[in-house]
Design a protein around this ligand. Structure first.
Ligand code: PMP
Length: 401
């Protein structure tokens, strides 16, 4: 039965993650993984997560029964609220709700399958470049036609707004447009508020369907509200939308797979129908989601004191990333690495799109054991005060060799 099966290509980021522990080069640096590390290069379990887990462990009412198909509703309510804001008109009008899904990826997948199989959507657009999984998730969910919109102007290392607007203007009515809510992965470059206004205008005029991907709320600016500005603006403009939320990064709950698919519609009477259709999708895919991570997030979001502590934890992470941006840029400039490096500090979020090409990036991996993606994307979280000089030196040597 398997004789004609061909080998599928590896997923670059997970391939590098697998190679890294087996590399015994002493100065190796892991800049491929999109996961936070401390100044000591260690993974960080957020203190609020420890507090919540301890409390849950000692709570005898917590058991291992199944969650409902659409997940832990109290968690989803709070997750949708931090996305849309306490003063959201859509929430006040009961026309927004959430479904607990398997982290950001699972939220995108359930939302995409709903759009493809229940609303008959076939065409979707993603930014060029985008997170490596958008295409696969949407095609696997039943979309037929994957298209790109221009996003990154490589020459000027900035947003190609005109290209973006032109491509959206030419998109067919009803096409689904994937938008990064904040901290665009991989470029670290988000539209300004004025630019978002223009994007929303075209989406409205051309009757396109926005699907936000919010994987980094809190990571871009350190402020949950600011990072949700674009989504909230679209809602204020009366646009119906979907948004996949991940709690992998902002709660450090990568392997717990905590996510929420938020849905905003204009007619609240349709909510029961939407829920019933998503129920069938989830039932046939994984039946119901895991509880532990969602309980942790719910525990923190429903307690004022812990909520404040969580926001401090987010600030700790986003500030360390900003410091490392500053240090990397300073170091590259100090040693005279060719080119300009202001983009390293201009970009936001977890990643920097260095401008290094595929050959240069692979050279950094092979010769210097600096693990990064061949698109030139580095995770700022892998940089520390002890390795930043080494990384800057390797980048300079790669560019001058
Ligand atoms: N979207 C983007 C843009 C991402 O960068 C990521 C994480 N790398 C995700 C979605 C989903 O991540 P997860 O499924 O781990 O929540």
């Amino acid at each position: 039965w398997f004789s004609t099966l061909e080998q599928a290509p590896p997923i670059e980021v997970f391939d590098l993650l697998k190679q890294y522990p087996n590399d015994d080069f002493p100065q190796k640096v892991n800049l491929s993984a999109g996961a936070y590390r401390t100044n000591e290069e260690k993974p960080w379990v957020l203190p609020v997560v420890r507090t919540a887990e301890t409390a849950l462990l000692n709570d005898e009412k917590v058991n291992k029964e199944y969650l409902p198909i659409l997940g832990f509703e109290a968690f989803s309510k709070l997750a949708t609220r931090i996305l849309l804001g306490d003063d959201s008109v859509a929430l006040a009008e009961n026309r927004a709700f959430g479904v607990q899904c398997l982290s950001g990826t699972g939220s995108l997948r359930v939302g995409a399958e709903f759009l493809a199989t229940k609303l008959g959507k076939t065409v979707f657009y993603y930014s060029n470049p985008t997170w490596g999984n958008h295409r696969l998730v949407f095609l696997n969910a039943g979309f037929k036609d994957a298209r790109e919109y221009r996003y990154w102007d490589a020459e000027n290392r900035s947003l190609d707004l005109n290209g973006l607007l032109e491509d959206l203007n030419n998109a067919p009515e009803g096409a689904v447009i994937i938008l990064h809510a904040c901290a665009h992965n991989p470029t670290g470059c988000d539209p300004t508020q004025d630019q978002w206004r223009e994007v929303a205008r075209v989406i409205k005029e051309k009757k396109l369907f926005p699907f936000f991907d919010s994987a980094y709320q809190g990571f871009a600016t350190g402020d949950l509200d600011k990072d949700a500005w674009a989504v909230r603006f679209f809602v204020k403009e009366g646009l119906e939308l979907l948004c996949g939320q991940s709690f992998a990064k902002n709660f450090g709950l990568y392997n717990e797979r905590v996510g929420n698919l938020s849905i905003v519609l204009n007619n609240p009477e349709k909510i029961p129908a939407v829920k019933s259709q998503i129920t069938l999708i989830v039932r046939g895919m994984y039946s119901n989601p895991p509880a532990h991570g969602a309980r942790i997030v719910h525990y923190v979001l429903s307690n004022n004191e812990l909520y404040d502590q969580w926001r401090d934890n987010i600030k700790t992470m986003s500030s360390r990333i900003k410091e490392m941006r500053q240090k990397l840029r300073e170091e590259l400039e100090r040693i005279g690495a060719p080119g300009s490096w202001n983009h390293v500090t201009d970009q936001i979020g977890m990643f920097s799109y260095t401008g290094l090409n595929a050959a240069q990036s692979q050279h950094l991996v092979k010769k210097y054991h600096v693990y990064m993606l061949s698109t030139g994307r580095i995770s700022m979280c892998g940089l520390t005060p002890s390795n930043v000089e080494y990384v800057a030196k390797c980048i300079k040597e790669t560019l001058t060799e």
